[in-house]
Every structure is written in C-alpha cells, then in structure tokens.
Design a binder for this molecule. Structure first.
Ligand SMILES: *Cc1c(COP(=O)(O)O)cnc(C)c1O
Length: 377
C-alpha cells in the first residue's frame, strides 16, 4: 500500500513508514567518514530491508549478538560477514556460530567466557579472532553499557596474553562507550586506554573495535551529523603510533538507522490537552518514554496540518494500552485544533523502535509502508 492510501485508510490506527534512500545516505556518509571498517549493529533495527539496504550502501559486515541475528543476516545478505560481539554467549551458541554459520570473530570480557571459547573452538585455527572488550571508562552515554560489560585494564592484558599463549588465533581489543554518547571525550579517553593496552600487551593486537554509540538527533538533543566526531577520532588514531598500525572497526546502529522511519499514530481520543494515540511506548515509542523528545508533525488525511495557520499548544501524549507507563516523557507542541482521526507522525524512530516493540494489550503495529525520498514532503 502506498503512503497516501495508508493515511486515508480506516482499518488501522498506527503504521510505520520506511525511507530506504535516507538509510542508504546515512550509511554511505558514515562509511566514507570512518577511517576503518563499519559493521552495522543489527539490534538497532533488524528489518530485512534495513539489512539489505545498509549492505548495498557499503557496510563491511554485521555486528550480531545472537544466532537469531546471524541467521537473519545470512538470509537477507548472503555471504556477508558477521562478528559475534556479545560478551556473554551460551556454549551452544558459540558452537553453532562456528560450526554451522562459519563465524570467526568473537568477543570476551572475562576468563570464564574465554574458557568456553578455548573449549568449544579449535585453538589451532588461525582464521579465528578473539576481541577482548575493555571497560572504556566514564561516559555521558544515555545507555551506559559499561555497567554490564568490560574487563579492567589488567584483566584485558591477562586475557590477551592467554589467547597468544594457548591458541593460534589473532586478537583484538574492543570497547563500547554506551548508546547515544553525547560528546567525543568518552571516545578519546577510551582510545587513549586502547593505545596503552596495545603498547603494554605482551602479545600482538591486530585490531581495535570502537563499538557504536554515535549519537542521533532528537528535538531535545540537536546533535550534528557524525562527520566531525569521526574526523576527530580519525585524527587521534592517525597521531597514535600504537593505534595507527592496528585494523580499525566500529559497530554503529542508532546513528545509521534513526531517521529512516516514522511512526504514524492516529489520535483515537482527545481529552482536553491529553491525546490518546494508536501507538505508544509498546508500539515503538519506548525511546520516547524516558530520554528522547521525537520530532513530530501532524497530518489530516494525506496533508500535513499547517501549524503556522492553526497555532500550536502543548499536549500530553499517551499510547492506547491500559498501562499508565504508556506515556511519553515530554509534552509535544501540536496543532491547537488537533482532533480524533488526525495523525501524529513521530519521526526518527528508525533505531530501537521496530526492534523492541511488542503486542502488549493486543495492540500491534504490523503495517509498514516504504516511501520514496520526497513522497512525504
Ligand atoms: C548496541 C550495540 C551496538 C550499537 O550501539 P548504537 O548505540 O546503536 O550505535 C554496537 N555494538 C555492540 C556490542 C552493542 O551492544
């Protein structure tokens, strides 16, 4: 169904739009700006058309956290390489990743996880590479992943040494400053740590994976495009005698995907300045429950409502379920005369919306419309 037909349709109260040209553009720009290999982090948005679009736009491979994600990539991007970069993997999944799916890149952040790899994988196989994920230090990321993963400096050195002593694998180091890292400083501090690790390791370090976390643009966080951040990281690496010799990788998810999708939610009830919509946090607006104010537009039928003519006022926005948590964190400035049947278009929901939505209370946003670059104005 085309976009025009979708906004006029009466049979659903919410749907997504997907703009492949935007995703391709963001991906190409990032790949051009990063001085190394770019892997797409599948968990940000695992839609088949997202996988195939980022691949066609030039990513070197995919960062997967599970067998399910690896199978998805193999189905949608046959022949593409997957990196298994989850520091906590079951023995069975390690085995399947290597034997059935041919994955060669794994990550650990502690001795117990390395023990599993040593027992399950062939230690004399030189095409295998193990990354040691280290704690990247203080971060201003909204989702600080270091609270869950990351070896200390000393443990990282010990793990690298063990890999060198007991296997013929190559090794690398990795970090992730957390999702939606606001400033460049956490990356620069982690790169400094990485340089010291490479210098102090009594073992060859072939690669450095700097993870994801590159920030997206939301109304309450007007981040600029990643080009200048990438340039600063590139300059740092080029000026470091330890780092300029290693292969460089990164694993962005959010920054590539965030602006390729919108969620259209119909106003199903207006109660004064409160709006109840066809989709809320369970339908894909979870990121807006806490941290983010999404850019919005209001539509009546297939035309955006002219706010200049109508004027704006602030609304509290609820989803359709009976859970009181199903409410967005920020008030939204929308047309004064917004009424039942109108649409609210929540923009920048390409990352961590589709991948975390569920059918709680029987509301499921299963309709997706692919749109051309200029189709929605
Ligand atoms: C989530 C995750 C990513 C992607 O993070 P973004 O903030 O979406 O860029 C990359 N690598 C790993 C290991 C992750 O867990």
């Amino acid at each position: 169904m085309q976009f025009d037909a979708a906004v006029r349709a009466t049979e659903f109260d919410a749907f997504y739009t997907f703009n492949p040209a935007r995703l391709a553009h963001a991906t190409r720009a990032f790949v051009e700006g990063f001085p190394g290999s770019v892997l797409y982090a599948v968990k940000a948005n695992p839609l088949p058309q997202v996988i195939s679009t980022v691949r066609a736009a030039g990513v070197a491979g995919f960062d997967v956290a599970s067998i399910g994600e690896a199978l998805l990539v193999q189905a949608e991007a046959p022949g593409a390489r997957c990196w298994f970069m989850n520091p906590a993997k079951s023995r069975r999944d390690i085995e399947r990743a290597w034997r059935e799916l041919g994955l060669r890149d794994f990550v650990v952040d502690c001795a117990a996880e390395l023990e599993k790899l040593l027992e399950v994988l062939p230690t004399q196989e030189p095409s295998l590479r193990t990354y040691v994920r280290f704690h990247s230090g203080a971060s201003d990321a909204l989702y600080d992943l270091n609270s869950k993963f990351g070896a200390s400096h000393a443990d990282t050195l010990r793990l690298l040494q063990r890999i060198a002593a007991q296997t013929r694998w190559s090794s690398g180091i990795a970090f992730h400053p957390g999702s939606q890292t606001i400033s460049v400083e956490p990356y620069l501090a982690a790169l400094q740590t990485a340089a010291r690790l490479v210098e102090q390791a009594n073992a060859p370090v072939a690669a450095l994976d700097i993870g994801g976390g590159f920030p997206a643009r939301y109304d309450n966080m007007p981040m600029s495009p990643p080009a200048s951040l990438l340039q600063r990281l590139g300059e740092f690496v080029a000026s470091s005698s330890a780092l300029k010799r290693v292969e460089l990788l990164c694993e962005p998810g959010r920054v590539l995907a965030y602006d390729c999708m919108s969620l259209f939610a119909r106003v199903i009830l207006r109660k004064d300045q409160a709006l109840y919509c066809g989709a809320g946090i369970f339908g894909g607006l979870l990121p807006a429950q806490q941290f983010f104010q999404l850019p919005v537009r209001a539509w009546r039928g297939s035309e955006p409502i002219d706010v200049a003519a109508d004027g704006r006022s602030e609304f509290v926005v609820f989803g359709p379920t009976c859970d009181s948590n199903d409410r967005l964190a920020f008030p939204y400035a929308l047309p004064v005369h917004l009424r039942e049947g109108d649409w609210i278009e929540f923009q920048h929901v390409g990352a961590y919306s589709e991948s975390v939505r569920c059918a709680f209370n029987g509301f499921s946003v299963d309709h997706l419309v692919t749109v051309g670059e200029h189709e929605m104005g």
